[in-house]
Write a protein that binds this ligand. Structure first.
Ligand code: ASP
Length: 437
């Protein structure tokens, strides 16, 4: 029997999970879902996270050591960071424009505001505490944090991706600098390790449709009541409008302009990663699949993809920055605080930095939002207003984060003459046949 393409399988899993969750909620079977279905979602996400650090190590070492010299590395690094910064600033600016035009904060009634602050004040406080730890640090803390004192300690925590990336690039530079004969065994080892890990991702992805089914079913039975969603509809719609403009307008346009590739080529290639980003709310968990899709289906050379994407998953969060800008101004509007142009320009800077500092895991964006609010002089407790709808928006902004990484990977690859035709490898062959047919 003809097998369905991966993105259809995942989509069916998602829709099936959501419907199952709705039915379970209707028949008061929430606990059944939490006890018997949800663990499979957790197992799936754990498998993806499990593979993230080994994947970064193997593929980045392979990517860097494939470069001929250090100047190539710094050239590609410079371009990558520049592209990432530009797309993030575009995203924040778009968010600010939309929230100022739509003004969703003015739609919030006084009663609703008080109700929300009461209902979610406790959750908000926990996030404010988390953010407080980050805020108290000195200006060079981020730089200091980049350099681990122990690579095994760094690699044992998925939150330390940047430290791992730092070590791995450093290690790769060492490989480039030694004579060819000496480096060959190390290179060959990491090349083949890379292949093994790609195979493992292939195996994990066989489980994806069931994993996302469980994730969506759990999400539905745990989501808050409909009334709150309606009160926050204006805010949610503003964030989603901005995110949609990024995904369906800005990124395909950049891809077309820089690489000449079509709209449908881009979406067909990246769709499974987008669906997974939506289901897991984590760019880090999605990274293995983003890499696979970008290399095999969008034609980005492994050398570029294995360098640009792990960095992007950690620092490039266009969706998060857009959401932070909208959320900050929304809260200000709801509290009747007028933000000057200066304060709004400040938001562009802080949201850009806060999104870079956000970890690639669920809810990281709302923790860093606290810092954006504090800088702009908006009451931090305001995050209680948006708590109820944060999860669905997190799912959507993670899609944008991942799509942005893929867009930059294609653009950098094109500029380096490393964008070719899709070349699905054997480890993906069971999906490839159907997708090409
Ligand atoms: N969940 C997002 C990500 O992993 C980060 C965020 O909370 O905005 O990309």
């Amino acid at each position: 029997m003809k097998k369905l393409a991966l993105h259809w399988q995942i989509l069916i899993g998602m829709v099936g999970g959501a419907i199952f969750g709705l039915i379970a909620a209707q028949f008061n079977m929430n606990q059944l879902v939490i006890d018997w279905i949800a663990p499979f979602g957790t197992i799936f996400v754990n498998l993806l996270k499990l593979i993230a650090v080994p994947l970064i190590i193997a593929s980045l070492i392979k990517g860097v050591s494939d470069l001929e010299d250090i100047s190539k590395l710094s050239q590609m690094g410079g371009k990558t960071i520049l592209f990432y910064l530009i797309t993030t600033v575009v995203a924040v600016t778009l968010g600010l424009l939309l929230v100022n035009i739509i003004q969703p904060g003015k739609l919030i009634e006084e009663d609703t505001r008080i109700e929300l602050v009461e209902a979610y004040g406790g959750d908000a406080e926990a996030k404010i505490l988390d953010a407080g730890k980050k805020k108290d640090q000195g200006p060079l803390q981020a730089l200091e944090d980049l350099v681990p004192s122990n690579i095994f300690a760094a690699a044992s925590d998925n939150g330390n991706m940047l430290q791992v990336i730092f070590f791995v690039i450093f290690f790769g530079i060492g490989i480039i600098l030694i004579p060819d004969k000496k480096r060959r065994p190390v290179k060959e080892f990491f090349d083949s390790l890379n292949e093994v890990i790609l195979k493992l991702i292939d195996l994990i992805m066989l489980f994806a449709p069931y994993g996302v089914f469980a994730l969506l079913a759990k999400l539905i039975v745990e989501s808050p009541s409909g009334d709150i969603f309606i009160a926050l509809l204006g805010y949610g719609a503003t964030v989603i409008a901005g995110l949609a403009l990024m995904v369906f307008g800005f990124y395909p346009l950049i891809v077309k302009l820089f690489t000449g590739k079509s709209y449908s080529f881009f979406f067909k290639g990246i769709a499974p990663a987008q669906l997974l980003a939506f289901s897991t709310s984590s760019s880090a968990a999605t990274l293995p699949v983003t890499m696979e899709r970008v290399e095999e289906h969008l034609g980005v050379d492994e050398e570029v993809a294995s360098f640009v994407l792990p960095i992007g998953a950690t620092i490039n969060m266009d969706g998060t920055s857009l959401y932070q800008a909208v959320a900050a101004v929304f809260i200000a509007q709801a509290f009747n605080i007028d933000l000057s142009i200066g304060a709004q320009l400040g938001i562009i800077l802080t949201a850009t930095l806060a999104s870079i500092g956000s970890a690639a895991v669920p809810s990281a964006g709302i923790v860093m939002l606290v810092i954006v609010l504090a800088q702009a002089g908006i009451p931090e407790a305001g995050i209680a207003l948006i708590f109820a709808v944060d999860r669905p928006l997190d799912m959507c902004r993670t899609v944008v984060n991942v799509t942005g990484d893929a867009t930059v990977a294609m653009s950098v690859a094109k500029s380096e003459n490393k964008l070719g035709d899709p070349h699905v490898k054997d480890w993906d062959d069971h999906y490839q046949k159907e997708e090409n047919s």
